[in-house]
Ligand binder design. Structure first.
Ligand SMILES: Cc1cc2nc3c(=O)[nH]c(=O)nc-3n(C[C@H](O)[C@H](O)[C@H](O)COP(=O)(O)OP(=O)(O)OC[C@H]3O[C@@H](n4cnc5c(N)ncnc54)[C@H](O)[C@@H]3O)c2cc1C
Length: 365
């Protein structure tokens, strides 16, 4: 199965076991592993964001789940020991789907350790891909004699009883099929070999903040799908010669291309700056700008598309209404106000001035 075929199947089938099989068969679960085409060591952010955008464009829920898989493997790549990397990369190579389940209600998750065994207690919310994800990267508060802080671990989801998965509270505006359920992890236990990284590594910068370019890529994929669907609808209705529709298509085209430019530049800066301490804050500010700009772009595309599709176009058999609901909901990502404020703070802090702040080149020629 080629990647293109897997994407077409994803678009046709939506999020399902069959879709994940196609994604697996196209090699997309192992694409970032050592030696893979998008091996994290090769600094391939440009292509990785394009891939995430394509999966999001085929199906936003699948895009969200796939992004979680990539995020988990990236955190393992950054923070796991060599033995753990070999074990979990091997799991991914064998077709296990990973996810990152960090969001939590106020009380969160506690990790207790005793005799080389850790035990979890508490809940996680928004666990995307529940039922599909077989290895979940879960975060929690650890409090042992030697370690205190926010800790990552890998959970084998087959060991979580079905009765501890709350599906009934998942009644979202969109993204229903991402199955982002609430899970109670009480009494889950495993060997401490499955705890990884130092406490606090999950929040380490620039990785924590700059990871937002990956969900922004998935979002932009959804916006492009909506844009394409709107143009198809207008053509089918023979309304494409109307000046107002033409103007809206022009505006959507401009917005989508602006989003692609943001992604391209963010990917270039990510690969250039993420491992250089001098550029950490600059990269965080740039990626905060990227996610903020793409959120706005997607919102504008939704408004223009709704206006062109009208009530009829927002109804069966057109896909517009689902695309709108999914995208609108998926635009809600953590700490959007704080991300925006941090851009302003970064710029104001620049004592050397802000001339050429985003531009590495010297002079005009
Ligand atoms: C479809 C979908 C799937 C998801 N899947 C996963 C997943 O698999 N794993 C995972 O870990 N998470 C997942 N998430 C959760 C996601 O990472 C966020 O936690 C969630 O989207 C936060 O959304 P919110 O708008 O409710 O956030 P909030 O943080 O409540 O933000 C709402 C508003 O309040 C503001 N705000 C935030 N904090 C404060 C504060 N302290 N004081 C005042 N204002 C504040 C924000 O800027 C924003 O304007 C998913 C989310 C979605 C939508």
């Amino acid at each position: 199965m080629t990647i293109q075929e897997a994407l077409e199947k994803t678009q046709q089938l939506g999020t399902s076991d069959e879709t994940i099989n196609h994604i697996r068969n196209a090699g997309l679960l192992s694409v970032v592993l050592p030696g893979g085409v998008l091996d994290f060591n090769k600094k391939k952010s440009q292509k990785l964001l394009q891939l995430l955008k394509a999966v999001g464009g085929a199906d936003l829920s699948m895009g969200r789940i796939y992004e979680g898989h990539i995020n988990a493997l990236y955190l393992i790549h950054l923070f796991a020991t060599q033995e753990q990397k070999e074990r979990w990369f091997n799991d991914a190579g064998e077709g296990n789907l990973f996810g990152v389940w960090n969001a939590q209600p106020d009380n969160g998750l506690q990790i207790n350790c005793s005799n080389n065994i850790f035990t979890l207690n508490g809940n996680k919310t928004f666990c995307s891909g529940t039922g599909y994800v077989t290895r979940a990267l879960v975060t929690g508060n650890i409090n042992s004699d030697t370690v205190k802080g926010y800790q990552m671990c890998i959970v084998n989801t087959a060991a979580i009883p079905e009765t501890q998965i709350n599906k009934s509270a998942w009644k979202p505006l969109g993204m229903q099929s991402s199955d982002s359920f609430t899970i109670n992890f009480d009494n889950y236990s495993d060997s401490t070999d499955n705890l990884f990284g130092n406490e606090g590594d999950y929040l380490k910068q620039p990785y924590f903040t700059s990871g937002s370019i990956r969900f922004a890529a998935v979002q932009l994929g959804g916006a492009e799908a909506l844009y394409n669907e709107t143009i198809c609808y207008l053509k089918n209705q023979n309304r494409i010669n109307d000046t107002f529709h033409i103007a809206r298509v022009a505006e959507m085209t401009t917005q989508i291309e602006a989003g692609n430019n943001w992604l391209r530049q963010a990917a270039a800066y990510y690969d250039r700056w993420y491992d250089d301490d001098e550029y950490i804050k600059k990269l965080m500010a740039y990626t905060n700008m990227t996610r903020t700009a793409i959120e706005k772009i997607c919102t504008v595309v939704i408004e223009l598309s709704i206006k062109s599709a009208g009530a009829r176009g927002l109804n069966h058999p057109y896909k517009t209404e689902q695309l709108v609901r999914d995208l609108y909901f998926y635009l809600r990502q953590p700490a959007s106000d704080a991300a925006f404020a941090d851009i302003g703070k970064f710029v104001i802090e620049q004592e050397a001035g802000i001339e050429n702040i985003w531009n590495d080149s010297n002079g005009f020629i």
